[in-house]
Design a protein around this ligand. Structure first.
Ligand code: DP6
Length: 345
């Protein structure tokens, strides 16, 4: 066989879930216990260069910003191994990968979603099975991304993305995310996300460990049922522009996620005192100004502020005057909502 090398580079955004994925189904790899929906964050992304080669060598040569990062390799190797089952191309090639995030690592922003999303796009492209940009192509990339990290499968679409079977979402699947195709009401179509960095340390309990604790969780069944209901509700709010119910649902989802952590056996907390202080400030600010500002939380202490872009000045003043004191080193990162992965070279 002639040795061949192919190279590609993709940028893929991170995403933030509005209805959360927390808990996996048995009987497969990375199958969600309930459907989730997210917004992608166009300004917080990973850029990944991938070379696929048939030359003899290690399955994976990985660098982060050009420097070797052995701690990242096992997860990517598992990812490649899982994909090999479905892709002859991945089985028969070795990969040289360099990746970089445009946000600091360890800030609690879903770097694995952006990172695995970008890797999956590179593979779907190099594999060449479906035409780049076709719906089959995105579906394949989303399917691959899921095998790296569940939430990553929602990152390949610029539109809001739904992952997990749901009776009210056409073509929804546990295997990959699908774009939310319904038209979004103008009052919810132009929002931003500012992530307030409360804690930038390593998490005490990883998401993967957290998901596993849902297996014998006393409230798991009720949580999954409620999340399914919330998907139906939020799909309506996104279309009819019911902003106040949207905000109430998104905040309730964030708090349910953390309540599930606090009621796991063993229990744990990821929120910090400053997380709660920020939530109190947000509620007081909303009461006073009536502006459409919501928070959500990921599996960590940081707070995502979601708000309509037309109130950017007011929210920015609010952050500077009231919230900055709770941020580690005064750090927060803002992004527009939306943003499809892009092929760079
Ligand atoms: C709290 O996708 O990081 O962010 O599938 O084990 O890699 P694995 O977990 P991961 O879980 C993310 C959970 C969450 C909520 C969400 O993004 O839906």
């Amino acid at each position: 066989m002639n040795n061949k090398q192919m190279q590609v580079k993709y940028r893929c955004p991170s995403n933030i879930a509005l209805v959360k994925y927390w808990g996996k189904k048995e009987g497969g790899i990375q199958l969600p216990a309930n459907a989730s929906i997210s917004w992608s964050l166009s300004d917080l992304f990973a850029e990944t260069t991938m070379i696929a080669t048939t030359e003899v060598g290690p399955k994976l040569t990985f660098t982060f910003k050009g420097e070797s990062k052995p701690s990242f390799e096992p997860k990517i190797l598992v990812f490649l191994e899982r994909i090999s089952e479905y892709s002859e191309f991945v089985k028969t090639h070795n990969f040289i990968v360099d990746t970089v995030n445009n946000f600091p690592h360890g800030t609690g922003i879903a770097s694995s979603a952006a990172g695995f999303g970008a890797l999956a796009m590179c593979i779907a492209d190099l594999e060449g099975r479906f035409e780049n940009g076709s719906s089959e192509f995105y579906e394949r990339a989303s399917f691959f991304a899921r095998l790296g990290s569940g939430s990553a499968c929602r990152s390949v679409y610029g539109k809001p993305a739904v992952w997990g079977e749901h009776p009210e979402i056409a073509n929804s699947s546990d295997m990959y995310a699908v774009p939310f195709e319904k038209e979004i009401h103008h009052s919810l179509s132009n929002w931003k996300d500012c992530v307030l960095i409360v804690d930038d340390g390593e998490k005490k309990v990883s998401s993967t460990q957290g998901h596993a604790l849902l297996e014998n969780h006393p409230y798991a069944a009720a949580r999954f049922e409620n999340a399914q209901k919330n998907i139906g509700k939020i799909a309506n709010y996104l279309q009819n522009g019911d902003v106040s119910n949207f905000i109430a649902l998104v905040e309730s989802e964030a708090l349910q996620l953390h309540s599930m952590m606090m009621s796991s056996i063993p229990y744990f907390t990821l929120i910090r005192p400053n997380t709660l202080a920020i939530l109190e400030e947000i509620w007081a600010f909303r009461e006073e100004t009536k502006l459409p500002l919501a928070f959500t939380l990921d599996a960590g202490a940081n707070v995502h502020l979601l708000y309509d872009k037309q109130y950017e000045t007011e929210i920015s003043n609010f952050i500077d005057n009231k919230l900055l004191v709770y941020c580690k080193n005064g750090l927060y990162l803002c992004s527009n909502i939306g943003g499809t992965p892009q092929k760079i070279t």
